[in-house]
Design a protein around this ligand. Structure first.
Ligand SMILES: Cc1ncc(COP(=O)(O)O)c(C=O)c1O
Length: 473
């Protein structure tokens, strides 16, 4: 006996195949799916959301068959592009062979393969892979590893974590606590105890009122000052995205990360590099740490590890950090995730990384990304585009109400709402926050780049004319 749908304007049995025909899917979605981050007003609104059905390359198609350019690779995920039937086939083979074996005390063939492939590609001695299902779990795991390692090394009072303002590291409790960009103390506080946030490297709106590399140096010094202020003997780790995406696609000078590395070593603090978005070719290198000539003690990876074909993530730990688990060889890491390193997800990721090699995806992405960046620079002619920033295949247009003062549009800006609507009408899926994000799959073509830049150009012109009152030209 199957329960009838709570509400169904089609007033039919909800379980029949016809009722999942395109005509009913949006209605079913409205009734039953809790879409992440979407308020009811938008879910209820006609055309407030899309039900997607299939994808090919850089295009995704909704249930009406309408194609959209995936300008943000899902959520910085589908680096190898949509529609890779051979990844799907590898997953099918694995599911038929062995769908699951206990993650507690055992491993599986695809897990061993994937861990080896990751270790071959990571910077330095980041060789020990703790598998999870998503980025938040990876961050959660990294925090726990850092705290436990400090305790095992004889420093149980080192529990504090230093993050950066504007950061995003996920939505589970620990990850949300070190995230700063979407804090909601009223609903979710108190957060995890012992988290502190310092300014992130932002040359465009520096907290220190300076420009260029000086802004990065000041931001790096702020990390050291916070460690000293808190008392180094209380600090477990510093966490940051090598290139901060949520904070607005800021690419610091290598000196910033080199200073952070030196500071962490100086005070016995672990450095966690969150490469959940940055990793797997997004920044023009396999990992963004390579851009800065540094290596974290722990690195988090997710998203493009499988290019989104399956939920898989990891906290990757250096040999140096893992050493303590060999010394205290009766003590396991106090962490267990039933689906961490799921065999089918590992098989998807293995095939994904093989494709990266076969198609030189990192180099290709960097080449196309450089072209995308050059084309996007032409948009700075618009009064609402303060700056175009990025590297590799991760770009952002800093949207400003006043170019001279670099003032952002307010949260309720009609201009930004209109811009988002115009882009959707032009079949472009992206995010228009304080920054308009561009991060298509690494397989994107020049024609697709020309089309999307042209469509943004046109949309900016229309929105700027319609909401001229919001903009100081
Ligand atoms: C830098 C970073 N870390 C962690 C996460 C959390 O990943 P997930 O949404 O897979 O839990 C995200 C998600 O966007 C992210 O951008």
């Amino acid at each position: 006996m199957v329960k009838a749908a709570v509400r169904s304007s089609s007033e039919q049995d909800t379980t029949t195949a016809e009722n999942f025909a395109p005509v009913y899917l949006e209605e079913r979605a409205r009734d039953h799916v809790w879409i992440h981050s979407l308020p009811w007003a938008e879910l209820a609104e006609k055309d407030g959301f899309r039900v997607f059905d299939r994808g090919e390359g850089s295009t995704i198609y909704d249930i009406q068959g309408r194609g959209y350019f995936d300008a943000i690779s899902g959520l910085w995920v589908v680096n190898a592009g949509h529609g890779r039937a051979d990844i799907a086939a590898r997953m099918g083979e694995q599911a038929a062979r062995l769908a699951y074996a206990s993650a507690m005390s055992f491993t599986t063939v695809p897990q061993v393969q994937l861990a080896s492939m990751i270790a071959e590609r990571t910077p330095g001695d980041l060789n020990r892979v703790f598998f999870c299902s998503g980025g938040s779990e990876a961050v959660e795991s990294a925090i726990k590893i850092a705290k436990q390692v400090q305790t095992m090394r004889g420093f149980p009072r080192r529990y504090k974590i230093i993050g950066r303002r504007g950061s995003y590291h996920g939505m589970t409790y620990g990850a949300m606590s070190i995230t700063q960009s979407v804090r909601d103390e009223a609903s979710f506080g108190p957060y995890m105890y012992g988290v502190y946030h310092v300014p992130h490297p932002d040359r465009y709106r520096s907290d220190f009122g300076v420009e260029g590399e000086q802004a990065d140096i000041m931001a790096a010094k702020a990390v050291e000052q916070e460690i000293i202020y808190q008392g180094p003997e209380t600090v477990a780790a510093v966490i940051g995205e090598p290139i901060s995406t949520a904070a607005g696609v800021h690419v610091p000078s290598p000196i910033y990360w080199q200073m952070l590395r030196e500071t962490c070593d100086k005070y016995g603090v672990l450095l966690i590099c969150d490469e959940v978005i940055n990793g797997f070719g997004r920044t023009g290198k396999m990992f963004a740490q390579e851009l800065f000539g540094i290596q974290g003690d722990i690195m988090t990876i997710a998203k493009a590890l499988s290019s989104g074909y399956a939920p898989i993530a990891a906290a990757v730990v250096s040999d140096k950090v893992y050493e303590i688990f060999k010394e205290k060889d009766q003590v396991p890491m106090g962490h267990l995730l039933t689906f961490g390193g799921h065999p089918v997800a590992c098989a998807a990721a293995v095939r994904n990384l093989e494709i990266f090699d076969e198609e030189n995806l990192v180099e290709r992405g960097n080449e196309m990304g450089t072209y995308l960046g050059q084309q996007l620079q032409t948009l700075t002619k618009h009064p609402s585009v303060g700056e175009v920033r990025g590297i590799g295949m991760v770009w952002g247009l800093d949207m400003v109400a006043n170019k001279a003062t670099r003032e952002k549009f307010g949260k309720d800006s009609q201009f930004k709402k209109k811009l988002a609507q115009l882009l959707m009408e032009r079949n472009i899926v992206t995010r228009v926050w304080d920054v308009l994000h561009l991060a298509p799959p690494l397989v994107v073509t020049k024609d697709e780049i020309d089309n999307v830049v042209g469509a943004i150009d046109e949309s900016l012109t229309i929105a700027e004319n319609e909401y001229a009152s919001e903009i100081v030209a």
